[in-house]
Design a binder for this molecule. Structure first.
Ligand SMILES: [Zn+2]
Ligand SMILES: [Zn+2]
Length: 557
């Protein structure tokens, strides 16, 4: 029998002991035993307790622990420590390059309890504030987490756009005369990608396969019927579907999916037709307006396409400003002025809404009342200085446990607008979360509901909410719902955009930028807003400066 699993359990024990600051001598003896067991020339499983005690460098007390482990599969000490540690924290310990001392700081000082939160904190630059961490460590941790996320085969859309486009370009260079297009989840702009599908229309399949095997474009390449499958260097599964050119558009339509959608569309076409010369033709035959790939989920938009009533989807250039952003006043990296200049000069926007954290968010240097007033003075000063641009005084107010906002009314009324978000006590059942959020939505000062579920894609589920009740409350109280554009959040989920829009609720594509590069996340927010069917006339930050000023003023009464 192998000693490796035993050594690994002992190592976990020593790490947990270190995390919980047990006597250093004891930690050392467990760590040594782990090392020793790993290197033994015989299996410890076959040994009696007495035999183990005689092994050099193990000693009596460690021998009994190892014996217990072999006999029962675990150790009382280990179970006790595991019970005292959140599961997500144990998970963090498994990330390469983060020792127990660092994990202790992450958990105890920063209040981070799982890998998803840690990844988000790296992106928010929150780690560099902590003792013993620097920009370099933060970057290493971020990379290690990305590696770990990739190992379960799923990727955030934003994580793979570059690789996906590089691959498509390479294929286009190899197959000059071919028809090539993305299909599947990626073409439908899904927030999570488990497989990259590409349809290739060429004259000769065998030739296509030969070129691929020679080209090194993909790893672990194999051919199955007309599918060439393989992996990218980052582990993303790739499926290239090769067909003759004349079948290309039908195949593209089928491979784009989703299945429920293609079935619904084809169910409406009477005659068989295998060689449409465009996708538009397929929809036409089905008596439908052309449905863009991002809207092809089930039958959601089919009735609208039938009555020529599809939404005019928003695009990035429709955005006129950006709301919900953080500066050095709380946990951001850039000053308000740097952010404003970037928005005005590089992004050509008309306004910037600052929403630093409110006072309860101590981990993010949330603003005390005094600091709020100082920040507003700075914004007044900058607004005088910056011509042709406006900075709005906002705040990302914590929704406290009882649903109230984080400042007294006389302070709340000083803001131009308020984003209300939940950041603490995330472990709630649906009823509690829904009541808490509705209370905040009913607060007359709330302008926008921020990231409604607190989810972090691929790593934290988010608290359960009754979407309908919350959206109905937003409709009743004239509150806009955020589409948080951070690729990890994309919250409000696109599956609820239509319901919100039907109820008359507006949406806002908010980058939640913590540095100037963060503004670019709005591109991902727009993609997911398109998927939800948002048009620019229902998007708060697609309003021009004079129009949004009116909205804010009206809300504040
Ligand atoms: Zn937030
Ligand atoms: Zn924020």
């Amino acid at each position: 029998m192998e000693n490796k699993p035993i050594a690994r359990r002992l190592r976990l024990l020593s790490q947990l002991m270190e995390l919980h600051e047990v006597n250093p001598f004891k930690i050392k003896s467990v760590a040594n035993a782990s090392f020793k067991v790993d290197k033994l020339p015989f299996a410890v499983a076959g040994k009696t307790l007495a035999e183990l005690e005689k092994v050099e460098g193990i000693g009596k007390s460690m021998a009994s622990k190892i014996h217990e482990l072999v006999e029962t599969g675990t150790m009382t000490d280990l179970e006790d420590l595991l019970a005292a540690t959140p599961e997500g924290v144990v998970d963090i310990m498994g990330i390469k390059g983060i020792g127990p001392k660092k994990v202790a700081i992450i958990w105890k000082d920063l209040g981070i309890e799982n890998t998803g939160e840690l990844y988000y904190a790296c992106n928010e630059n929150r780690l560099i504030e902590a003792k013993g961490f620097g920009l370099k460590t933060q970057e290493e941790i971020r990379k290690a987490i990305e590696f770990k996320m990739a190992s379960n085969g799923k990727f955030l859309y934003a994580q793979i756009t570059k690789e996906a486009n590089d691959l498509l370009n390479k294929i286009e260079t190899v197959f000059v005369d071919a028809l090539v297009e993305f299909a599947g989840e990626y073409r439908r702009l899904c927030e999570i990608i488990s497989k990259l599908v590409i349809v290739l229309g060429s004259r000769d399949q065998q030739m296509a396969f030969d070129s691929f095997t020679k080209s090194n474009i993909l790893q672990n390449i194999s051919l199955n019927k007309n599918h060439i499958t393989g992996e990218l260097a980052n582990g993303l599964l790739v499926d290239i579907v090769c067909v003759e050119k004349r079948y290309f558009y039908k195949e593209l339509f089928m491979q784009t999916g989703n299945e429920e959608h293609t079935t619904a569309v084809l169910g409406r076409t009477k005659d068989e037709f295998d060689q449409p010369t465009s996708e538009e033709l397929i929809y036409k035959k089905a008596g439908l307006e052309f449905i863009k790939p991002e809207l092809r989920e089930g039958d959601t938009f089919i009735a609208k396409a039938e009555s020529n009533n599809l939404p005019q989807l928003i695009s990035y250039k429709d955005l006129k400003g950006t709301l919900h952003n953080h500066s050095t006043w709380s946990d951001g990296v850039n000053t308000i002025e740097e952010m404003a200049l970037y928005c005005r000069d590089t992004l050509k926007l008309e306004y910037l809404g600052m929403c630093d954290h409110s006072k309860s968010a101590f981990y993010a240097k949330g603003l005390s009342i005094e600091r709020v007033l100082q920040q507003q003075e700075e914004i007044d000063h900058l607004n005088k200085k910056l011509s042709g641009f406006k900075i709005f005084k906002g705040i990302e107010s914590d929704i406290l446990n009882d649903g109230s906002l984080d400042y007294p009314d006389e302070i709340l009324k000083k803001f131009d607008f308020i984003v209300a978000s939940v950041h603490s006590n995330l472990k709630m059942d649906e009823e509690k979360a829904t009541t808490r959020i509705i209370k905040a939505v009913e607060n007359p000062y709330t302008t926008i509901l921020g990231h409604p579920t607190g989810r972090l894609l691929l790593s934290r589920k988010g608290y359960p909410i009754d979407y309908k009740k919350i959206i109905d409350a937003c409709a009743a109280n004239n509150v806009v719902i955020e589409i948080n554009a951070n690729p990890l959040r994309l919250d409000l989920d696109w599956r609820w955009h239509q319901y919100a829009l039907e109820k008359g609720v507006w949406l806002s594509v908010n980058p939640d930028a913590h540095r100037i590069e963060g503004f670019l996340d709005m591109r991902f927010g727009v993609l997911v807003a398109r998927k939800g069917g948002l048009s620019k006339d229902k998007c708060l930050n697609a309003l021009s400066l004079p129009a949004i000023m009116q909205v804010f003023e009206k809300k504040r009464g």
